[in-house]
Design a protein. Sequence first.
Length: 291
Amino acid sequence: MVSPEEPRRAFAPRVARWCGLGTCLAAGLLAGCGSSIFGSGDDSAEIVSAGPPNAIYGDAETLINEGDYQEAARKYEQVDINHPYSPEARQAIVMSAYAYYKAGKYDEAIGAADRYLTLHPGTQESAMAQNIIGMAYYDRVLDPKRDQTFARRGLAAYDKLLQRYPNSRYSGEASNRARILRDLLAANEMTVGRYYLRRNNFLAAINRFRTVVTSYQTTEQVEEALMRLTEAYMALGIVNEAQTAAAVLGHNFPDSKWYKHAYRLLGKRGLEPQQYEGSWITRVWNGGGEA
């Protein structure tokens, strides 16, 4: 879970909270146009806080501590709206993303985090912003039988975090969640592939199993995917690819129950596993990519 405490302490407002001798004059009311700059979609008019940026930021921190995350997000936004060049403005953007995430406003959280990364790439809070994007997708992931748009986007977000910020405080959790998402996406491909296989739509099935072998080699599903490729290619009479799938399966997972199935399947035709260099499976498995 992302904690705002560290970034808030590191970016504590550097201006005194009092404005001095009545200089904090009301800035007036601003009728909202129906949404925040980050797309919250609230149709009600919104009052923009008057006062110096450190005071508005402090109000937002209070709301965070009280658990009023949505209102805190709006307060943080107001720092950026009213005082975009203040020392507090940069931190306010990423904290608004965090507050929106805590409020369950995932699209708004992603929008604010994206805005931060666009305006302030490579800064201290960039890893936090990227992690918020990953979490906002991850929290909406459904089971393997459903559409996996959020899983794909979450995986992309976590992969980007691990690539750009490998030593960040979020990298451990990001790595674990990326592994879970890969397993989930591979399971989804297998579910659809088996559906096509049962209906003798072998080419469609092969495309699904091929995705697992190509993109999700580190998942548990790859063993079954190789066996199903053996099965589908044998059904189509493409013997070389069937033998190659079984050979790669046997070489890498000799004790797998799926290898036993593939071996028996070939044996019914008097064949044995044999790896052919011209096979796409050989190229992919050896790290050469697909031609």
